[in-house]
Design a protein around this ligand. Structure first.
Ligand SMILES: C[S@@+](CC[C@H](N)C(=O)[O-])C[C@H]1O[C@@H](n2cnc3c(N)ncnc32)[C@H](O)[C@@H]1O
Length: 220
């Protein structure tokens, strides 16, 4: 198998995708692909058919969300934006291994306007870092810490980026812990967005419930 020089196989773990025995890779020392990601992909697919649209994954990591969506939705033009250079390169490697057409960009979602035009996307998906800087101890592995904690962007930055990137009829799907719901609602209200639906990921875990929020514009 031909790997980029950047990634010796000893640094990578295989991720088996639930489609045609396809495999991509994640960094051993990075954030593992988890249930939240799988449920987010499933929810987006349940709610959107294969009609043409522009879609972006904000904080695309190793590319798993964009790649899964691309495998199931051939008519979507899919982009991903990722700030960690290594993960960006890994997402490109994963895309090329599966011969998919996805536009991965290395960059900061706080500067979304540098990479994309206003209102360009019909659908925005994000599994963002969801622990605030106050909560919990950061992972000693920088790749993990930057994925889990709001070090390089916070919820307000994500909402601002969505407000800039999302078309008037568009919608966004984010994952956050239930404890942050009032903060999320208050931030999106300020930019005329609303929660249209909530999908529980682990309904019975009352202490750590994760929710997928479906978000769109408030219509007058
Ligand atoms: C929880 S991980 C999700 C990764 C992948 N989408 C998944 O579901 O497995 C969050 C991702 O957001 C990226 N990220 C954090 N701050 C960012 C920023 N300011 N701009 C772009 N990406 C960012 C992290 O590097 C990380 O890859």
């Amino acid at each position: 198998m031909q790997m980029l020089d950047k990634f010796p196989e000893s640094e990578l773990l295989k991720v088996e995708l639930p489609i045609d025995n396809k495999v991509i890779y994640q960094l051993k020392r990075g954030q593992s692909v988890c249930d939240d990601t799988a449920r987010l992909v499933e929810t987006v697919l349940d709610n959107h058919e294969n009609t043409e649209k522009n879609v972006i994954d904000l904080g695309s990591g190793n590319g798993i969300i964009a790649i899964m969506l691309s495998l199931y939705r051939s008519n979507w033009r899919i982009s991903g934006l990722e700030i960690q250079p290594e993960l960006f390169h890994l997402s490109c490697m994963n895309r090329d291994l599966l011969k998919l057409d996805i536009n991965f960009t290395e960059g900061d979602l706080k500067r979304s306007e540098l990479f994309f035009t206003e209102k360009m996307f019909d659908l925005i998906v994000a599994n963002p870092p969801y622990f605030s800087l106050k909560s919990g101890k950061a992972s000693p592995y920088p790749e993990k810490a930057l994925s889990r904690q709001e070090i390089l962007c916070n919820m307000a930055d994500l909402v601002k980026s969505v407000k800039y990137l999302m078309s008037d009829e568009g919608e966004a799907f984010f994952v956050y812990p239930e404890q942050r719901e009032s903060e999320l609602k208050s931030l999106i209200k300020k930019v005329d967005l609303k929660v249209a639906d909530k999908i529980f990921i682990n309904k019975n875990n009352l202490k750590k419930r994760m929710i997928i929020y479906r978000i769109n514009y408030v219509k007058n």
